[in-house]
Design a protein around this ligand. Structure first.
Ligand SMILES: Cc1cc2nc3c(=O)[nH]c(=O)nc-3n(C[C@H](O)[C@H](O)[C@H](O)COP(=O)(O)OP(=O)(O)OC[C@H]3O[C@@H](n4cnc5c(N)ncnc54)[C@H](O)[C@@H]3O)c2cc1C
Length: 189
């Protein structure tokens, strides 16, 4: 079983969790404090959800990720450590809850830059540098959403970044490019 820890529960983190948790070989833990900007938004530009209250979108995103099998832990991550051994990454929340993972997705929005720095990643006005799949300079650490794109921030862009990171993790594990598609059931003939 591959384990990914997602830090941050906005559209980026919850979308990454949804895509990863749909894979039966994957275990996903999301740490979050539910302080997403969505709670202040009325979105008229989120595709497929016209005129949606950010509160409602956030609730749906949380439900979708949970229904897919992701574990959501309400708690602020205060510390994290990376080790080269099989334990991978160890994340500790302010209340002492810990989790370990093989992959780490940073999706903390504009908050918690010190977590990125704890891993040796540079942060600045442009956030954490990541490629189009969300890969950072640290192996198996991804950055998705506003944490790597602080300006021009939009919910659908963060959600897409979370999905891209998840698909990259799943592809690495599979050793080939994968998609997370479902097809219509074949009609009986
Ligand atoms: C007033 C307002 C109106 C907006 N209107 C729109 C709009 O109309 N359309 C649109 O597309 N976008 C809109 N946005 C922007 C939208 O909210 C953001 O683009 C989006 O929320 C970014 O998603 P994200 O997942 O990257 O980061 P965020 O939504 O910021 O999520 C980050 C999450 O990580 C959590 N977190 C941070 N640090 C830690 C930690 N150490 N441990 C655990 N959890 C942590 C935070 O609590 C938060 O829940 C609006 C924003 C605001 C403020």
């Amino acid at each position: 079983m591959t384990r990914t820890i997602v830090i941050g529960d906005g559209p980026a983190g919850l979308t990454a969790a949804l895509f990863l948790a749909r894979d039966p070989g994957h275990e996903v833990t999301v740490f979050g404090t539910d302080q997403t900007g969505l709670h202040w938004a009325l979105l008229r530009n989120y595709p497929g959800a016209p005129d949606v209250l950010g509160d409602d979108l956030q609730r749906t995103l949380r439900q979708q990720a949970t229904a897919a099998g992701a574990q959501l832990i309400d708690g602020k991550v205060s510390d994290l450590a990376a080790s080269a051994d099989a334990d991978g990454f160890t994340v500790t929340a302010a209340d002492g809850t810990t989790a370990t993972g093989d992959y780490l997705v940073l999706a903390t929005g504009k908050g918690s830059p010190k977590l990125a720095r704890a891993l040796g990643l540079q942060t600045g006005p442009e956030g954490v540098a990541a490629d189009r799949d969300g890969r950072t300079a640290v192996e198996r650490v991804y950055a998705a959403g506003r944490v790597s794109r602080p300006i021009r921030s939009h919910a659908v862009i963060s959600a897409g970044a979370g999905a891209a990171a998840a698909i990259d993790i799943l592809s690495r594990e599979a050793g080939r490019d994968v998609t997370s598609w479902d097809s219509l059931p074949k009609e009986d003939t």
